[in-house]
Design a protein around this ligand. Structure first.
Ligand code: SF4
Ligand code: SF4
Length: 58
């Protein structure tokens, strides 16, 4: 499992500083997810004000 970010992302950056695994990295349009690092802890999903992050099967 990992997470995916959809077009509702506003680029606020909240998830970047929340991820304990540093699995989210800044990118021009929206953060990139490094699937191998994600433990699906859900922290980014809970913090995202846009509801743009969801769990997905990698
Ligand atoms: S689910 Fe957890 S480990 Fe995965 S990207 Fe979000 S905050 Fe990071
Ligand atoms: S917290 Fe949500 S809206 Fe903000 S950068 Fe992350 S995915 Fe985008």
């Amino acid at each position: 499992m990992t997470v995916a970010i959809d077009l509702r992302c506003t680029g606020c950056g909240a998830c970047l500083t929340t991820c304990p695994e540093r699995a989210l990295v800044a990118a021009p349009r929206q953060p990139l997810v490094i699937d191998q690092r994600c433990t699906t802890c859900m922290a980014c999903i809970e913090v995202c004000p846009a509801g743009a992050i969801r769990e997905v099967y990698a």
